[in-house]
Each structure stands twice: as structure tokens, then as C-alpha cells.
Design a protein around this ligand. Structure first.
Ligand SMILES: Nc1c(NC[C@H](O)[C@H](O)[C@H](O)CO)[nH]c(=O)[nH]c1=O
Ligand SMILES: CC(=O)[C@@H](O)COP(=O)(O)O
Length: 140
């Protein structure tokens, strides 16, 4: 059984709750355990995963958050840099699923957060577990 860290950036409570429902359902359906930590925003997620990886306690990671475009360039920074940071960690060999929604408006976020609709949380969890399975295959 793998132990998965769910790292959530809690910027929109209702949307995160739905994303987390999808993440947890996917992990539990696959027979694994999980725990969740919370940070303020998506820009904190790469560092959160990096710090967690240092502990050696986790087999895989799912990063969850919601970034909705506002009036300024900040969307590009938050959306782009959180993704870049997570991808850099993945390229270092961590099994990470990126469940950070980067969307134009709340309607788009709601459809993607909802486990009964696009279930991007569950999708990210499955991606992390797929990478973990690949790591185990290559290590065998
Ligand atoms: N606007 C959103 C943010 N912004 C906050 C940053 O992620 C970060 O916490 C801050 O810059 C301090 O380092 N975060 C989200 O997750 N979603 C947003 O829509
Ligand atoms: C994604 C963001 O950073 C955004 O929510 C911030 O809004 P604004 O660009 O209007 O300050």
C-alpha cells in the first residue's frame, strides 16, 4: 500500500472541498492511504512537496488548488510557476499529480472541481499513482 501526500492550496474553500473529494476517492479506490496538508496558495505547493519529499514518508504526491484569472499578470505567474515548480520536482523523480485548476472563471472551475463532472482532482491522483507504478516497475 502506498502513502500519498495531498498538498492543497486553499484559495477557494468550496472548490477545494470538491477537488479533495475526487483526489481521496481515487486514492482509496486504488487501495492506498493519504494525508493532507494545507498552504495559502498555489505558489506554495512546489516547496510544500519538496519539503515533504525530504522526510521520506510519502510514495506519491497530489497538488491541488484553484487559480482563477483576475485583472493582472499575476495569474500567469501563479498558474505558470506552480506548474513549473511541480514539473521540476517530477523530473527529479517524484510521483506528483498536478490538480491545480488554472481557469478563466468560476464556472470553468466548478465543472473541473466536481468529481461527478470533470473530476480533475481524481485525474491528478490517478496520474500520481501511474507515475508511482512506473517508478516501481523501473526499480524492479
Ligand atoms: N490568486 C491566486 C493565488 N494567489 C496567491 C499565491 O498562490 C501565493 O499564495 C501568494 O502569492 C503568496 O506567496 N493563489 C491561488 O492558489 N489561487 C489564486 O487564484
Ligand atoms: C490568479 C490571481 O493571482 C488572481 O486571483 C489575482 O487577481 P488580480 O490579478 O485581479 O489581482
Amino acid at each position: 500500500m502506498a502513502h500519498v501526500l495531498i498538498a492543497e492550496a486553499r484559495f477557494y474553500d468550496d472548490l477545494n472541498d470538491q477537488l479533495l473529494d475526487g483526489v481521496r476517492a481515487a486514492i482509496e479506490e486504488a487501495g492506498h492511504s493519504h494525508e493532507t496538508v494545507t498552504v495559502p496558495g498555489a505558489l506554495e505547493l512546489p516547496a510544500t512537496v519538496a519539503m515533504a519529499a525530504e522526510t521520506g514518508r510519502y510514495d506519491a504526491y497530489v497538488a491541488v488548488g484553484v487559480v482563477i484569472r483576475g485583472e493582472t499578470y499575476h495569474f500567469e505567474i501563479v498558474a505558470g510557476e506552480s506548474a513549473r515548480g511541480l514539473l521540476a520536482l517530477t523530473m527529479d523523480g517524484l510521483a506528483i499529480g498536478n490538480g491545480i485548476l488554472t481557469v478563466e472563471n468560476r464556472d470553468q472551475a466548478e465543472v473541473r472541481a466536481n468529481p461527478a463532472k470533470k473530476d480533475k482532482g481524481g485525474e491528478a491522483a490517478k496520474a500520481a499513482l501511474a507515475l508511482l507504478a512506473l517508478k516501481e516497475k523501473f526499480a524492479a
